[in-house]
Design a protein around this ligand. Structure first.
Ligand code: TXA
Ligand code: MG
Length: 330
């Protein structure tokens, strides 16, 4: 194993990918790059290995994990596959789509938090693909961040979350999408429901499925948060309190606050300290930079973070707004 910049980050050479695959096969954890966010990978069908994910993240056992596989043939062993999955797979896999299916007995209850369903995805990041291929078995991977904190989109983010408690992280560079996968519930294949908005929109899923896709509200009703997976109200959160705005920066934002705009302001003001997610307001660029900038701003420990949210309730705007609302929730 050849080390890279940090003592825990390994360049994604063949030899290092193979060594990390072996590490996973032996029941250990590896930080795995994907096109969405970095994941914390372990053998999905080995409860002792998967348990380490919950321990390291501090993740409650009620929150189920996504199972990652290399090829669609592996899905049949894990879940009951509805016919429509072939349509979705042809269009979106490998890629940032997770589907929730009725599970088979082989999937441990720990992975699904005791539910009768399992979430599955085939990522397209070449390093994730090479790793999954070499492991040769399904791999559970939540985002590689301590529970509740901002998701990681660079290998350094993973190191900053776990330090020496995670010895193996593969360097796949900055994540191209930067927002977690779209989660589609297919347990009733004739009435699919979008559980988590992502870069694949409900509209594009509808176009492929030729049927309506229900979009769940992006804020979980009070009290339901722990039972509706993926819908923890507070999530992705910086340590400094966050205040969201749409058009104009609120008057009360003062010199000790930080402010994040969607695009570079035309007339930057000296106070509060200003940042921007993108040059031009392009939603893909905002998504790609979202978590890295939130982390960088949070590291300055501002008294509060004023953050602009995009307009529009669909596609990437919805996914970005969803993450920012949760980040700002108390
Ligand atoms: O893009 C992604 O999906 C990333 C990368 C690493 O693949 N993974 C990710 O995992 O975001 P995580 O654990 O941070 O989020 C997975 C979400 C959780 O909110 C969980 O509640 C939901 O998926 N989930 C998992 N299994 C489920 C199930 N059977 N039914 C409904 N939701 C489920
Ligand atoms: Mg997560």
């Amino acid at each position: 194993l050849k080390r890279g910049a940090s003592s825990f980050i390994y360049p994604a050479t063949e030899a290092n990918i193979l060594a990390c695959a072996k590490h996973i096969q032996r029941g250990h954890l590896v930080g795995m790059p994907t096109e969405t966010v970095y994941g914390l990978a372990a053998l999905a069908l080995d409860p002792a290995a998967a348990r380490k994910i919950f321990e390291l993240k501090g993740r409650p056992l009620v929150d189920p994990l996504i199972v990652h596989v290399y090829a669609i043939e592996q899905v049949n062993a894990l879940a009951h596959v509805p016919d429509v999955l072939a349509l979705l797979a042809a269009e979106f896999w490998p890629g940032p789509l997770t589907v929730v299916l009725r599970k088979k007995a082989i999937v441990p209850d720990l992975i699904t938090a005791g539910r009768p369903t399992v979430a599955i995805r085939i990522p397209h990041h070449p390093v994730a693909r090479a790793l999954l291929h070499k492991v040769g078995a399904p791999v559970a991977a939540p985002s590689a961040n301590p529970f509740g904190y901002i998701s990681p989109t660079r290998p350094e983010h993973v190191v900053s979350g776990f330090g020496e408690r995670l010895s193996h992280i593969l360097d796949g560079g900055p994540c191209a999408i930067g927002l977690e996968s779209t989660i589609l519930d297919l347990t009733s294949p004739n009435s699919p429901a979008l559980l988590r908005p992502g870069s694949i929109s409900a509209a594009s899923l509808e176009a492929t499925l030729q049927c309506p896709v229900e979009e769940k509200p992006i804020h979980a009703p009070e009290g339901e948060s722990a039972t509706a997976p993926g819908l923890f109200k507070r999530h992705y959160s910086p340590r400094s309190p966050m205040v969201l705005f749409e058009e104009n920066l609120p008057e009360e934002a003062n010199g000790k606050a930080a402010c994040i705009f969607l695009k570079r302001p035309t007339a930057p003001r000296s106070k509060p300290h200003s940042f921007w997610f993108s040059e031009t307001g392009d939603l893909e660029e905002i998504g790609r930079n979202l978590y890295a900038l939130l982390r960088a701003v949070d590291a300055e420990k501002p008294v509060s973070i004023y953050c602009q949210v995009p307009k529009g309730n669909h596609g990437l705007a919805r996914a970005i707004t969803d993450r920012l609302r949760r980040a700002a929730a108390q």
